[in-house]
Design a protein. Structure first.
Length: 326
């Protein structure tokens, strides 16, 4: 059977310490018919040089150099020039197993290609300690797009990330990453799910997600971190308009976004107003979220810690975050 061309889009920005490992993991894929698009988004270190040198030795790799315009714009640039029948994203500080592409392609094949989208699980990697956390359970299932959105809202195996998915190129004809915004994944993944009557899910870790201290997710609070709330609320409005019965699920995700943002502010200065607004939202929706039987246990614990006041919540979160990274 002829293998269709699959495009792999890798945005690159100042990751010289991680890039070689990422590119080597892609070059070693057992699925051979790949087009690997490296978008160097104005790197100021040697990332662009590493990408160029790698492309010289593997004709499947193509490099685009552009001025720094952000992760979303880099991903969109890759989508604009890709030629593949399918597309997957990989972040340049992460890496993948040799069967990352073939595993998800086989999931699609197992549905006789009725599913336009496949996904796998992550293996969280903590570089400081070398600890790895398997985010999957080894199961496989063909779910509806609606079921995937619900599971995503509850952090139940399905992730919001742009990577660790393999989709038909047509899915992205109407989906682009919001440029100039952080947390762009939450604004796009649900749109892919809404287009898919079937999603082929393989909850085995094929994607190694490296959690760095200075990443977008883990770095300290800045006003643009509030993009998470904007993106999440946009998702909530559109999902509820299409699937009204998912209102409890998306509300839980909105509450999670507030807790996540609150955690980012705990050691920041001049954030009293932001924290007050977050706490008001959390308390307003506390009863509805906690009576939902699908709400994760960690939300119950977060609300319990918050009930003792913000100073205690800060101490409890610091204790949890330290243990999580070990």
């Amino acid at each position: 059977m002829t293998q269709p061309l699959i495009s792999v889009i890798i945005p690159i920005y100042n990751v010289e310490a991680y890039l070689q490992r990422c590119l080597e993991s892609v070059a070693k894929q057992d699925y051979q018919n790949l087009e690997v698009i490296l978008v160097d988004d104005g790197s100021m270190d040697d990332s662009g040089i590493i990408a160029d040198q790698f492309a010289k030795h593997d004709q499947r790799f193509k490099v685009i150099h552009q001025e720094n315009t952000g992760l979303s714009a880099a991903r969109n640039r890759g989508l604009d020039v890709m030629h593949g029948e399918y597309v997957t994203f990989i972040d340049s500080d992460d890496y993948v197993t040799p069967d990352y592409v073939s595993f998800m392609y086989q999931l699609l094949a197992d549905t006789n290609f009725k599913a336009p989208l496949a996904l796998c699980s992550l293996m969280n990697v903590y570089p400081a300690t070398g600890r790895q956390q398997n985010c999957g359970d080894g199961s496989q299932a063909v779910l509806s797009g609606k079921e995937c959105i619900e599971k995503m809202c509850y952090h139940d195996l399905v992730d919001t990330c742009a990577y660790a998915k393999l989709g038909k190129a047509e899915l992205y004809q109407t989906v682009r990453f919001p440029e100039g915004k952080l947390f762009e994944d939450i604004a796009t993944s649900y749109q892919l799910f809404m287009q898919a009557e079937q999603v082929a899910c393989g909850f085995s870790p094929k994607y190694f997600y490296v959690i760095r201290d200075n990443s977008i997710v883990t770095a300290g609070f800045k006003p643009n971190k509030l993009d998470l709330l904007v993106m999440t609320d946009q998702m909530a409005r559109e999902v509820v308009a299409y699937y009204p019965d998912l209102a409890p699920a998306v509300l839980r995700r909105q509450v999670y976004a507030r807790f996540s943002t609150l955690n980012q502010t705990l050691h920041a200065a001049d954030v009293a107003q932001v924290q007050a607004e977050l706490v008001v939202y959390l308390r307003t929706h506390k009863k509805a979220v906690l009576k939902n039987p699908k709400t994760p246990r960690r939300d119950h614990l977060a609300y319990l810690m918050l009930s003792f006041g913000l100073p205690f919540y800060r101490w409890a979160w610091d204790f949890y975050a330290k243990r999580k990274g070990n």
